[in-house]
Write a protein that binds this ligand. Structure first.
Ligand code: PHE
Length: 462
């Protein structure tokens, strides 16, 4: 991923496989295994899963293609890409927003990654943890989060980036196997069928504006679309590469891991913790999984420790790409050195992560702070960050990028970019993609945003 920084000229991916693994490594992360299940639980289960998959296919995938095409066409970072293709300052601001979003999300993403580090040890040593006590103890959560950001900084500095990418290539398939194993245990627990039903049989009456916004936001979060990341990654792609095939792989891997993530959680939740509600939020996975590991004999704790370790690696391949976007911007556009950019942004992210880490400590200011956003009451610093940066800002960036490619620029230029290396895209798929970028993506996003601010009646709670 950092190829461009190591060589004076911009580097290129060695192979399609390398690109798919790096982009897939960015996509697959805590978003699939931690965020997807809890957002599903907060939005009613099966119906959300259905809307989510529709969003991935009809909105996420066309926008993924759009970002990669924009990147390869311009050969630049998100701000540079819009400048290079002739966008004015207004459109360039979407690139600046990408930089801000990546930085802001890194700060609270690291909090959850820090919890993961804690759980590697508690599982391996096999000490039962009271999750509530764990997240309410600043002396655990703050240092762990800072350790994770330091790990991210050390990789982005360039030292071991080759290493972690090589390691991720064989560690990620192992993570997937462990997820399969855990899901297999979860669905065979006595009483699991209720959870399977909750997760997989959609109750369409539960679909409302809030469910659709959350599904759209989750699709963008998980695919790493709307962060400028795929523009940056696309800029390192050689012309002959088949963008369509690579994108299908990325979206396919990402959704499969997310779906499996849910299959580990809900059957086990209903079977083992009947008193706990699926909508309890970010703590969900951390409450449920240790109980599942207890049910795997005889090495449940070892499997648990290994699972959290591999989850940490998955989080790291995501967080390095999150830090890379602002770092690349400061290097390219502000002429900072990589060292200065990485340390400055990394340390700033540490400071910003502290309020998110403390938001789980009941009763303090960061836990109680809330904002009423058009009738949606968002409570706690962590949730505020996740709503404004991890959902709303990303959705706005996606809107801007689809209008930019579809209307401000000649959309055919980008369609042609996609056709290079993918002759099968010529014809119907090309026409369909143009139609989606020009019409479906912006209209759906505008509709969802207007609904959220209450244009079509009283807004639902977010
Ligand atoms: N897609 C990642 C996840 O699911 C999050 C991410 C977004 C990482 C954008 C990098 C850039 O965890």
């Amino acid at each position: 991923m950092q190829k461009s920084s190591k060589t004076p000229s911009r580097g290129q991916w060695g192979s399609s496989f390398g690109f798919i693994m790096a982009a897939g490594g960015s996509a697959v992360g805590l978003g699939n295994i931690w965020r997807f299940p809890y957002i599903t639980g907060q939005n009613g289960g099966g119906a959300f899963v259905f809307v989510y998959l529709v969003c991935v296919l009809l909105i996420g995938l066309p926008l993924l293609l759009n970002e990669i095409a924009l990147g390869r066409k311009s050969g630049k970072n998100p701000v540079g890409a819009i400048k290079e293709t002739g966008g004015n300052r207004f459109w360039q601001s979407s690139g600046v927003l990408c930089v801000v979003v990546c930085f802001a999300v890194l700060s609270y993403y690291s909090v959850i990654a820090g919890w993961t580090i804690g759980y590697i040890f508690t599982e391996l040593i096999n000490i039962p943890v009271d999750f509530e006590v764990f997240i309410q103890t600043p002396l655990y959560v703050v240092p762990l989060c800072i350790v994770f950001i330091l790990l991210t900084i050390s990789v982005v500095l360039g030292g071991i980036s080759g290493g972690i990418e090589k390691a991720a290539k064989f560690l990620m398939p192992i993570l997937f196997l462990i997820i399969l194993l855990i899901a297999a245990r979860a669905v065979t627990l006595p009483g699991a069928s209720k959870g399977i039903e909750y997760y997989l049989s959609p109750d369409f009456s539960k679909i409302n504006g809030k469910v659709i916004l959350s599904a759209l936001g989750q699709a963008f979060f998980s695919l790493s679309v709307g962060w400028g990341l795929m523009i940056t990654f696309g800029s390192y792609l050689p012309k002959g590469n088949n963008i369509i095939k690579s994108s299908l792989w990325i979206a396919g891997m990402d959704s499969t891991v997310a779906l499996m993530g849910g299959l580990m959680i809900f059957p086990a939740l209903f079977a083992l913790l009947p008193g706990v509600s699926p909508d309890e939020g970010p703590a969900l996975v951390f409450n449920v999984l240790p109980r599942v590991f207890d049910q795997i004999e005889p090495f449940g704790n070892i499997i648990g420790g290994l699972f959290f370790l591999l989850l940490l690696v998955a989080a790291l391949t995501s967080s390095i790409s999150m830090l890379e976007v602002p770092v690349a911007y400061f290097i390219d556009e502000r002429k900072w050195s990589r060292k200065k950019a990485t340390w400055t942004l990394g340390i700033a992210a540490m400071f910003l992560s502290i309020p998110s880490a403390l938001a789980s400590v009941k009763g303090n200011f960061f836990n109680l702070i809330h904002i009423d956003f058009f009738g949606n009451d968002i409570i706690g610093f962590f949730n505020l960050m996740d709503f404004f940066f991890g959902t709303l800002a990303i959705v706005i960036i996606c809107l801007m990028l689809s209008v930019y490619s579809g209307w401000i620029k000649n959309v055919k230029v980008f369609a042609t970019e996609l056709t290079i290396g993918a002759p099968a895209f010529e014809g119907f798929p090309r026409k369909a993609w143009i139609f989606f970028i020009k019409w479906i993506c912006p209209i759906v996003i505008i509709f969802v945003l207007l609904n959220m601010v209450g244009v079509f009646g009283a807004p639902e709670k977010v």
